[in-house]
Structure formats: structure tokens, C-alpha cells
Design a binder for this molecule. Structure first.
Ligand code: S3P
Length: 443
């Protein structure tokens, strides 16, 4: 669904200690993939813990448009009856992926090697984002692509009738590119190979293996070489979606910066390809205990115990960027409450997310009294142990920018407002009641 709601201004005020348990919704990346792989399997996939954010609901609607039967059984509990690899039907209407880069890029991959046509669109934010990074490798399989200026949405793909397998080295560290190529490779005969020099989130590889595909990952001098054998018969699977570490980052950050706080965050994924923020926070001196480390739904998870902490600035190396790519906005907030410089290196990809996240955070933080500088590929925050607040930040249709500034306002001297909190519903629909239940003053 395109973002058309009225702007929803929100304000966060300095709050007393946060206490209690934060039950985070399901992982967004895994939720998209559960629906798509369910749709590409023949038979019934049962999903529990699915994130019911707008991004994922848009992917569910898209899978229905391609012929899958999808039913909601209860909160987070969904059933997908798929059509199998190569079984997608041509959708009657335009596929509107709303705000979701993951949704549109993965679905383009999933249909590109089936002889059907589809047109993809999205909201104003998604329509600004580059799609050539995915459509270029998809064309190598033999599909035909037409797009707007700058390879932006709307994009129409005429899927390849006679796809050939592809060997592709990703030019930027991106799980979306990797995943689009692998999903396209499902319906190409022979072996499709993706090479990535920096490891990115590996949910597609883990889940494809779980659904019965033959897929291997080798670490070589070139990087991670992922080889998928095409034309498998994917077998429907029960999928238990773990809680999203990227969403957990917001209450975790709030507890770290609001004096006297102590919260528990159960069952958060600790997949090493998603773990960079938590590694960084521990380096900064954060009091976080990872309890009951275990495996759930094929992912390592832990229960987090987080207490308010005296933090110090650190340098986050470029090699870590991919494992925390969605967490830099909230890290830049946390860094304002630390003492000393926090330098975030190798973060150019932030410029092409739901917004230019470096610019959005820099502008809003400076307006609220922070010392921030940036280059094309880095961001530096000079932490002074606090933030003045008092200003309104522009969220640019970006959920993570909105949540980051609202968390900042919980510990700043003056309240912090955002011009539009409505995009939060794309990834964390219960953000407000969950934070309020911990004691956060946000309205
Ligand atoms: C995602 C990959 C990342 C991330 C996005 C989710 C995924 O994007 O920012 O929120 O589920 O594959 P890139 O692959 O473009 O870095």
C-alpha cells in the first residue's frame, strides 16, 4: 500500500526509568522471505510470529496476486498455499510494494525467470530508490526490464521464457541483491552463483536450505561464493519467525540512555550477519547480558537484559557496516549520549535507504543540539553525554528515522518531535504501546 496517510506528528519527552519486558515483533527480513518461499513451494507453509507490519502485508498481497493462497489464522499466524518454483501466474494489476525495498527487490527476483509480466510500484520513498542494482543482474537471466529514469519505479519485468543461470558478483554489500539473484536462480536450469565480498544477512540461504533447495556457501579469496542448484522442488515448511534485532534496537537504545532503566527483551535473533549493533554496544560499555542463548526457527536467539549504562564513543569499522546497516540511525542517537567520538565508517549505503539516513540523522540531531559531521561514506558524532532536544525532526517517510528521534527524546533535556510517525507502521506497528508500557513518554 502506498504511503498516503495524513502525517502523524509525535513527541517524546524525558522519561523516568524504563522497566519491564519488550516483546518485539517478528523479523521483517525473515517474514518477507517466509511468504515468498511459501508461495514458491507446492503445498502449505505454516508461519508463526510473522511481522504484521505494512511492508510484509504488502508482500503477502503481492504473493496472492502471483497466485498463492494466503490466509491469516491468528496474530502472527499465517498459512501459505504456494504454486511452486516457476508456477507464478501473471498478476492482473500493478504490484504495489508500498515502502518496502526488500519486498519489491525480492519479488522482482522471484518472478524474473517465469514467463509472465508484472509492473511494480511503491510510495514516494521507494520510487526514489535505485532498482538497477537488482534489475541489471536479473537481465542476465534473460528477462526484459523497463523502468523510469534512473532505473526507478515503476518497473515492468517481462520474465525470461528460457532463463539461463547466472554467476554474479554483487557490486555493493546487499542482501537484497544477493537474494533477488538467488530467487531468480530457482527457476533457471543449472547452477546460479552469487559472490559477495562482504558478508550480508544470510536468511535467504538458510531458508532456501530449510525449504529443501541445494545451496552451498564457500569462503574463498573472492569472498563468499553461494551456489544454488536451479529447479528444486521446494517443500513447504513450518516457519517460526524470531524477533527482529533491528526493531529490538529501539527499546534497547532507550534503556541504555534513560537513567535507571532495566528491561528484558526476550528471543531476539543473534544471527552474526545481523549482530553488529550489539557487538558495537558492548564495545561502548553497554550493560547488556545475553541470556539463554539457543536456536529457534533455524536462527541463534537470546534473551537480552539491558540496563542504563555510561557509554564511551568507539570507531565502527567498515567491515561491520553490513551486519548493522539498519541500526546506524539509532546508533547515532546512542552516540550523542556517550562520552567522546563515535565514528561510523563504510556507511555509504545509508544514503539509498528509505531516506538518505546520514543526512536525515545529521540534520535532525544538529537541530536538537548534537555535534555531527559526515562524508559520503562516514558519520561522526561527538558525544557529550546528553542532548538538548527541543526541535522537530523530519522523518522523510522513514520508519527508522522516526523511531530514532523518538527514542532520543526520552532522554534529552527538552522534548523531541517528529513531523510524521506514521511510517513506523511499516516495520513496528506496536512501537508506541510497547514503549509506553515500558514507561516511555511518547504521544
Ligand atoms: C534487507 C537487506 C538490507 C536492509 C533491509 C532488509 C533484507 O538492505 O537494509 O532493511 O531483508 O534483505 P540491502 O540489502 O539493500 O543492504
Amino acid at each position: 500500500m502506498s504511503h498516503s496517510a495524513e502525517p502523524l506528528p509525535m513527541t517524546a519527552r524525558r522519561s523516568g526509568p524504563l522497566r519491564g519486558e519488550a516483546r518485539i515483533p517478528g523479523d521483517k527480513s525473515i517474514s518477507h522471505r517466509a511468504l515468498i518461499l511459501g508461495a514458491l513451494s507446492v503445498g502449505e507453509t505454516h508461519i508463526t510470529g510473522l511481522l504484521e507490519g505494512q511492508d510484509v502485508l504488502d508482500t503477502a498481497k503481492a504473493m496472492q496476486a502471483f497466485g498463492a493462497q494466503i490466509e491469516r489464522l491468528g496474530i502472527g499466524e499465517w498459512k501459505v498455499n504456494g504454486v511452486g518454483v516457476g508456477g507464478f501466474a501473471e498478476p492482473e494489476g500493478v504490484i504495489d510494494c508500498g515502502n518496502s525495498g526488500t519486498g519489491v527487490r525480492l519479488i522482482m527476483g522471484a518472478m524474473a525467470t517465469t514467463p509472465i509480466s508484472a509492473t511494480f510500484t511503491g510510495d514516494a520513498s521507494l520510487s526514489r530508490r535505485p532498482m538497477g542494482r537488482v534489475t541489471d543482474p536479473l537481465e542476465l537471466f534473460g528477462c526484459e526490464v523497463t523502468a523510469r529514469e534512473g532505473k526507478r519505479l515503476p518497473v515492468t519485468i517481462k520474465g525470461a521464457a528460457d532463463p539461463v543461470p547466472v554467476r554474479y558478483k554483487t557490486p555493493v554489500a546487499s542482501a537484497q541483491i544477493k537474494s533477488a539473484v538467488l530467487l531468480a536462480g530457482l527457476n533457471a536450469p543449472g547452477q546460479t552463483v552469487v559472490i559477495e565480498s562482504e558478508p550480508t544477512r544470510d536468511h535467504t540461504e538458510r531458508m532456501l536450505a530449510g525449504f529443501g533447495a541445494t545451496i552451498t556457501t564457500e569462503i574463498t579469496d573472492e569472498g563468499r561464493v553461494i551456489t544454488l542448484t536451479g529447479r528444486p522442488e521446494l517443500k513447504p515448511q513450518p516457519v517460526a519467525v524470531p524477533r527482529d534485532p533491528s526493531s529490538a534496537a529501539f527499546p534497547v537504545a532507550a534503556a541504555l540512555i534513560v537513567p535507571g532503566s532495566e528491561i528484558r527483551v526476550p528471543g531476539v535473533s543473534r544471527n552474526p550477519t545481523r549482530d553488529g549493533l550489539y557487538v558495537t554496544l558492548v564495545e561502548m560499555g553497554a550493560d547488556i547480558t545475553f541470556e539463554n542463548q539457543r536456536e529457534e526457527g533455524g536462527e541463534p536467539v537470546a534473551d537480552l537484559l539491558v540496563r542504563h549504562s555510561a557509554l564511551k564513543g568507539v570507531t565502527v569499522p567498515a567491515e561491520r557496516a553490513a551486519s548493522m546497516i539498519d541500526e546506524f540511525p539509532i546508533l547515532s542517537v546512542i552516540a550523542c549520549f556517550a562520552e567522546g567520538m563515535t565514528v561510523m565508517q563504510g556507511v555509504h549505503e545509508l544514503r539509498v535507504k528509505e531516506s538518505d539516513r546520514i543526512a536525515a540523522m545529521e540534520d535532525g540531531l544538529i537541530a536538537n543540539g548534537a555535534k555531527v559531521t559526515s562524508t559520503e561514506d562516514s558519520m561522526t558524532v561527538e558525544g557529550t553525554g546528553g542532548l538538548t532536544g527541543g526541535a522537530t525532526a523530519a522523518t522523510h517517510i522513514d520508519h527508522r528515522i522516526a523511531m530514532s528521534f523518538l527514542v532520543a527524546g526520552l532522554a534529552s533535556q527538552q522534548p523531541i518531535s517528529v513531523d510524521d510517525g506514521s511510517p513506523i507502521a511499516t516495520s513496528f506497528p506496536d512501537f508506541l504501546p510497547l514503549m509506553q508500557a515500558l514507561g516511555a513518554e511518547i504521544a
